[in-house]
Design a protein around this ligand. Structure first.
Ligand code: ME8
Length: 516
């Protein structure tokens, strides 16, 4: 059985989760559900990144003791998972003992292998992004990541990143799909070609972190700490044998583009230094803007995924997020766009197709379709089925390349040609003419395609897909068993509408923004 280990980034607990966090987590969940539907053995994890100066400062600003503050915000991220209908297997907090142990052990291995030395660091520190930058890297007095910087000098431990340029380049050559999409790969390659500098991997200016083994004045750099979470989740370091860790060998980190460098350069280098193979793949997606602008508390345009789920249901949010953002590009999250996509596809196209198919069978065919004799088929049926199959095969390629938007485009196409097939075949006329066996052949053909389409929709809109399969009287377990075919006799249940139209005439009536 093929295996896959899918990870979300672990999110900082300095503020409530927003649409951007929901996006990555949903993308991972869509992959996890899809892979399970392909009979793969899936491990899927998420969590929170809780150390570092930024978290310490946020707790102080909130007037709450740091541990309590992280408990509260981490809980919001944890609670978001069932709200979004996420099927993760584990959730890690970097403040947990299992993780502290893993970081300490990992540090010792880097030290033992000669990749850590004590020095002094002087540079511009971006607190928001927890990273140092040199004078030349600053953009208009700010860090290249956009955060305010302050000059800092501190004794610190360094990681010999400068020795990894060649090894990393060779690794990317040997693993051409290690970083997706291609534009991110080019950015990473050019970063390496500029020459790698040793990396400061400890801090002495604050205390909120994992203490450096045998030198407790230092805390471990939050990014080294955070990246190790992916190993902690696999049981590292106790009895850890990477040769037997089938999940690690098939690990995929899905992240936002701003942290591609940490995952595609620093992380493989840390791992090589520790004697562990790099992950299989890093997939870096683009950014969501909110109503055309960068999401920011001060602008007041931070959109709340919980409110979207409460107002419109998690399926609709999942669909909009996966459909709207082309893979690798940036996208604009707007309430208006959300409602348009919901109404145009989920209600008017897909929902309508399912409902009209099932209602017709229920009302005009006594709720039953049976496998027709081959003589009942017409060439148009085969053309329709072939077109569906070829679109679904392409859709599979898309989702396996993390192109969720293209995947859903194909499903939109299948929906549209299915509606066209009904309009061409006009089963109501066949009934009127008393041609019941041909009508059955049309309805059977149609139901089978709608069933396949619903299964392909299931990773994105699992609640609706389950309801539709239930109405078809083909439970999900059966759906997996039968794969592309429906049973030879299907007696459907009472059809019900699964997506209700949203009245978008007055957007101000919807409260979708984070208030605090
Ligand atoms: O970077 N558009 O945590 P973080 C799309 N703790 N995705 C977005 C987004 C947006 N506007 N905003 C956030 C960290 N994200 C580190 C990660 S991993 C070992 C440590 C998503 O809370 C996207 O996945 O800042 C991005 O990479 C992540 O949230 C950043 O979350």
């Amino acid at each position: 059985m093929r295996s896959i280990y899918i990870t979300t980034p672990i999110y900082y607990v300095n503020a409530k989760p927003h649409i951007g966090h929901a996006y990555t987590t949903i993308a991972c969940d869509v992959c996890a559900r899809y892979c399970r539907s392909q009979h793969m053995d899936v491990k899927f994890t998420s969590g929170t990144d809780e150390h570092g100066k930024k978290i310490e400062q946020s707790a102080q600003a909130a007037g709450i003791e740091t541990q309590l503050f992280t408990d509260q915000v981490s809980q919001l991220f944890r609670d978001l998972l069932p709200t979004l209908n996420i099927t993760n297997d584990d959730f890690i907090r970097t403040t947990e003992p299992r993780h502290k142990k893993a970081v300490e052990y990992f540090w010792e291995r880097l030290k033992e292998h000669g990749y850590i030395y004590l020095g002094e660091y002087s540079g511009w520190y971006d607190v928001r992004n927890e990273a140092y930058f040199s004078e030349e890297e600053l953009v208009d007095g700010k860090s290249p990541l956009g955060g305010d910087v302050q000059r800092m000098t501190e004794p610190c431990y360094f990681f010999r990143l400068s020795t990894f340029g060649r090894q990393l380049t060779e690794f990317y050559e040997d693993h051409p799909d290690f970083i997706l999409p291609i534009q991110r790969k080019n950015e990473v390659l050019s970063f390496i070609q500029q020459g790698l500098k040793d990396l400061a991997i400890s801090r002495t200016t604050f205390k909120w972190g994992v203490k450096v083994p045998k030198d407790p004045e230092h805390v471990v750099y939050v990014w080294l700490d955070a990246l190790v979470n992916y190993l902690t989740l696999n049981g590292y370091p106790e009895n850890y044998d990477q040769n037997n860790d089938i999940f690690w060998q098939n690990s995929v980190h899905i992240v936002g583009k701003e942290i591609a460098r940490f995952h595609a350069v620093y992380w493989p280098a840390f791992l090589m230094a520790a004697g562990i193979q790099p992950p299989k793949q890093v997939v870096a997606h683009g950014w969501w803007l909110s109503e055309g602008e960068k999401m920011s508390k001060s602008v007041g345009n931070v959109q709340d995924p919980v409110k979207y789920c409460k107002l419109f249901g998690s399926d609709s949010l999942r669909f909009y997020l996966m459909r709207e953002l082309p893979f690798g590009a940036d996208g604009n999250f707007s309430l208006e766009g959300f409602i348009n996509r919901h109404n145009a596809f989920l209600v008017n196209a897909f929902g309508n197709l399912c409902h009209r198919t099932l209602s017709f069978i229920k009302n005009q065919a006594d709720g039953v379709v049976t496998k027709p004799l081959s003589s009942e088929y017409k060439p148009d049926d085969a053309i329709y089925v072939d077109t569906v199959n070829s679109a679904l095969t392409k859709a599979k390629d898309d989702i396996e390349q993390y192109s969720f938007s293209k995947y859903l485009e194909k499903l939109e196409y299948v929906t549209s040609i299915s509606n066209q097939y009904i309009d061409r075949q006009k089963p109501w006329l066949l009934l009127k003419d008393g041609n019941v066996s041909r009508m059955n052949a049309v309805l059977f053909t149609l139901l089978e395609q709608v069933y396949k389409l619903t299964k392909y929709m299931a990773p994105v809109t699992p609640i609706a897909a389950d309801k539709i399969l239930e109405q078809m009287n083909i439970p999900h377990t059966m759906a997996i068993l039968h794969r592309e075919r429906i049973p030879e006799r299907v007696e459907i249940k009472d059809p019900e509408i699964v997506f209700e139209k949203i009245d978008g005439s007055d957007l101000s009536k919807f409260d979708v923004y984070t208030n605090d």
